[in-house]
Design a protein around this ligand. Sequence first.
Ligand code: SF4
Length: 492
Amino acid sequence: MQKLRIALHCSELVPQPLLRWHHYRTPGSAAQVSGPFLRSDAAISGQYNEQVATYHVENFGCRATQADGAAIERQLRERGLERAGAASNAEVVVLNTCTVTASADQDARAAIRRIHRENPEARILVTGCYAQRAPAELSGLPGVSLVVGNSHKHDLADYASPLPGGFVPVGHIGGTPDSQVIVGDIFAHTELMAAPVFDSDSFQKTRPNLKVQDGCNNRCSFCIIPYVRGKSRSLKLEQVVREVDALVANGYREVVLSGINLGRWGRELSPRTNFAAMLRAILADTAVEKIRISSVEPTDWTNEVIELVASSPRIAKHAHVPMQSGSDKVLRGMHRKYRPWHYADRIARIRRAMPDASIGADVMVGFPGESDGDFEQTRALIERLPFTYLHVFTYSSRPGTPSAQIPEQVPVQVARERNRVLRELAAQKKREFMQSFVGREMQAITLTRFDGEFTEALTDNYLKLRLRGRHAANQWMRGAIQALDNNALIGR
Ligand code: SF4
């Protein structure tokens, strides 16, 4: 299929975060390129690149971004590039960014500055959610050669690969020495990048994370994600099964299923299907020993999903259910699709079906207009519900989101204090939950870390277990729990 791809010069961009770019154009000389590669026979100016041999990919943010980064790496390897040990000795450095908070943006900018300082010769390619949201902001930073939005991320390896017959440094397209920007309409984007993530930490060396869904059709008022990741789309069932099969064939025993709005898997496929059907198919058609489900919205924890998770020993007893707030008023302001009582009902049902399950939630404090009374409702609901851990976030205003327009922003000190209160409550609940397993036996998968005395492991219900002695990684073991020490169970 012929594709027209034209680089935008950064100064031509209007840096509106939610602007949809429907048209691509370039200033100066025609930078029209047919086909998926930037080839020397295109009517563009610039020098030929020498052999680009080494790359480094640095990922920021959520599991979905890690999975995108793994897919980029896979593509770069397929094109013959070699992985460099570090950004400081790579010829091409890909920064796969996150933009979910202002501090995520800051981290990305700091990384660009660091890499450019340590390795001024490197061509820095910036992609990911920040690149989609504010490409001009990034392309203006020293050292950045190219900014590729999520809309074109699936082709990113083409811009970094050496090609037989010539290759044009993208930084020179259009005859200018400045960086280039390739960003399109994210809502027209239908690609789903997916590659299992193995190597970002010791957990994932033994428990690969497989992204099966991307994008989101919801519009939570604080969330930038739909505008940078686009519509909800799902990996086809046959591909899901194939990827899981490949992981099993490579010796992996637990696979973590992830997505931006995982519970919506299958809704846009034809014929329409759903998350429970995917779980059933994985159980029936693959030999995977354990599936772990990452975050699923409360409305998608249907009775069917709860019963399936509870009844299968091959699905980890772990439910991560974003809550955000316990105040009806705040949930409405956030445009969340459930009310506190619906949420409480789902959690109670999960607990009844799985008495030992780990149950966690994302909670946000400091949403605009959150009063002391609203916060108290959140605190009280958390106290009442059987959570075993929480991820507590402080609201971060994202330019272009509806909530950024709400005038009653909560003072930073107040939001920080609310965050502290919830973290303390969560820590207490976690301790009590963990303590309840002392004296019992638990199943856990061994991870790679050994500290000289203990091997780290993760229980079926998501608790850190330190098993006495050295054990090979990636083994299911039964441990007798002896104590709770410093946020980990001790067992043998
Ligand atoms: S469900 Fe809401 S918070 Fe989650 S990605 Fe979609 S819009 Fe964002």
